[in-house]
Every structure is written in C-alpha cells, then in structure tokens.
Design a protein around this ligand. Structure first.
Ligand SMILES: [Zn+2]
Length: 343
C-alpha cells in the first residue's frame, strides 16, 4: 500500500518535472503600444500547479531608446530557471543602441525581485526604483519572512516560532547594493528622473506597505502588481473547453488518479497572512476604481490573461469595488467615484 502510494507520488513528481523542463522559454508579447509582458510559470514545488508571474517592459518613445522593466519576477531555483529566461528575454527585446534605464518595482516580495541580481549583473547602468518604505527589504536590512514570523508570533507563539525557523533555513532574500536603489519621489508623479516619461506611479498600499502601480499613459493601461489578482483555484473533473472564456485561466492535466485542476479567474484582493493590511488592500481597490484614474485596461502580476495579450477592464475593477463595504463607505464620503453599474 505504502509502496504503491510512494510510486504514484514519485511518478507524479517526475511527470511534473518533465513538463516544467519541456516548456518553451517565455518571451515578451506586446500588450499595448510600447508595453510588453512576459509571464513566468513559477512552480515552488514540482508536482503542484505552477503560478503565473508577469513582468512588463516599457519602451520610452523618442530617440533616447530608454526602456523600463516593471518587476523582476522569480529567480532561478534547483528545478527551474525563470530568472535566466527573463534576462534572456529582456536582452532579446531591447535592440542594440537602446538601453534598460530602470527597473521599477511594484513592491519587494520575493516573486517580484527574484531576477534582480542577474539583471543588475548584466546591465551595469540600470537603477532600481521602489517606494521608500520598501527600501529596507531590498537592501537586506529587513526581511518579509522575519516580519511575518514576528506578526504571527504576536498571536501564536508556536506558529511564530515555526515561521522564524522557516525564515532562517529558507531561501536568502535578494539583496541589492544600496547605491543602486532609489526611492520614488512623492513630488514627481512619473519616472522622468530615469529617462522614462510615459509611466506614472500610483500608491496602492495594502498588499505591502509601499505597494505601487504604474500607469502607462500612451496606452491608458495600468500595471497593478499585486493590488489585485485574477486567480481562484477550482477543481474540475475534466478539461475546461472554453479557452476564450475570460473566466478560465489554465487547466492542469495531472496523471491518474488525480483529477485535472482548472484555475478560474475572478478579481479579488491578494492579502497574504501576517504581512498584508486587509483594510488598506480593500482601499487600494476603491482607489483603482476611481474615475479620476485614467486607464481602460489593467494587468496584474498573477494572471495568465496578460500572456495572451488580453488584460482586464476598469469595469471589472469597479464591479469588485462595488462589492466591498470599504469602497461603498468611501463613496458615501465622496472620496471615490464608483459608476452606477458597479456592484
Ligand atoms: Zn506577487
């Protein structure tokens, strides 16, 4: 019995590793004007479904040829090389004579900074820009794992202790030399200090305290990082056929006796335990639904739609905002404008 179970688990792991290895390296695809996206498939544990992680590349129009990368995705691990693949894709996308000027981070969680060491090594002139409250996590003076452990420990010493231990034995956080890290300047609404004029930044704290989104002005497109997500895991018994249905993200065909797994898209806030402020995360959605924020399409980090060239509309965000008491309260106070069709 035990032998049989072990054989099934081993076969399943081998199958997943084979699938991971046989996947073609991701490339940047154009999503709007001079805005491109690439989706990594991060598989923390072979055998379990992988998670999409999207990064974005922006070409600044004009003769300067400056490019900006929004987020740096996940790095390499023993069974996957998504960081190296990202670096190669960036190098293939930026033509000779043009240059990567800045890497702008929505926040500093590990799945948004993973390839930074590789990118900074390859591009000696590139600067990293992040909200100032996230800087300590990037230069290594604070870690998210320790923060989660401390917050958990204040409620439950056993869980806190376990997380402390996990933080110590876990993967080392990415460290970036302080000299290459710059703070977003509250008085400057865009990335013009880095030669990129088409990107405005918008503070959307909650998922993390210094979380920001980037608005690509020419295409009216918002890159919202983890302020929202469009994933909702749901088990299905057979392959989902509606490949153009916006609700379908991806199906995973597992070897028998496991049922196939389908990820279904639905917008909601992404609030990891112990390191997220739920109330602020909901307020960020109210802000994204605000009519004053001039965008039509929205892309988030964890969503397959980005790699298919199809993001989501502001209407979807407004629908979600309409279901949140925090936003209705804000409407009552006149702080946010939510259209009549919301909720
Ligand atoms: Zn993330």
């Amino acid at each position: 019995m035990l032998r049989g179970a072990l054989a099934v688990i081993t076969a399943s792991l081998a199958f997943q590793l084979l699938l991971l290895r046989s996947q073609p390296a991701p490339r940047f695809v154009q999503v709007a004007g001079n805005l491109f996206s690439l989706t990594q498939w991060w598989a923390p544990i072979p055998g379990l479904p992988s998670c999409p992680v999207s990064v974005f590349l922006v070409r600044q129009g004009g003769k300067e040829g400056s490019w900006a990368l929004i987020d740096a995705g996940v790095g390499d691990s023993w069974h996957q090389a998504p960081g190296s693949q990202l670096l190669t894709a960036v190098q293939q996308s930026i033509p000779a004579g043009e240059h990567l000027a800045v890497i702008a981070l929505t926040h500093t969680h590990f799945d948004h900074v993973g390839a930074l060491p590789l990118l900074l090594g390859a591009y000696s002139g590139v600067e990293v820009v992040v909200h100032e409250v996230e800087q300590p996590y990037l230069i290594g003076s604070q870690t998210w794992a320790e923060e989660a452990a401390a917050n958990a420990g204040s409620k439950n010493w056993l869980l806190g202790g376990l997380l402390h231990w996990a933080a110590r034995v876990g993967q080392q956080p990415v460290k970036v030399p302080a000299a290459r890290v710059h703070s977003l300047d509250a008085r400057v609404p865009d990335l013009s200090p880095f030669g990129v004029f088409d990107l405005l930044w918008v503070a959307t704290p909650g998922h993390s305290p210094g979380h920001v989104g980037f608005l690509h002005k020419p295409s009216h497109t918002l890159v919202a990082g983890d302020a929202l997500t469009f994933l909702r895991p749901q088990l299905r018994r057979r392959r989902y056929s509606g490949s153009h249905d916006a609700r379908l993200v991806r199906t995973f065909i597992l070897p028998p006796p496991f049922p196939s797994l389908a990820l279904i898209a639905r917008p909601y806030t992404l609030c990891p335990p112990f390191i997220c402020n739920k109330r602020e995360a909901q307020n960020a959605v109210c802000l994204l639904a605000d009519d004053a924020l001039d965008y039509e399409g929205i892309y988030v980090a964890h969503d397959l739609a980005a790699s298919r060239g199809g993001g989501w509309t502001k209407g979807k965000v407004q629908e979600l905002a309409g279901t949140m008491p925090a936003c209705r309260q804000a409407v009552a106070h006149g702080d946010y404008m939510i259209t009549a069709n919301a909720g």
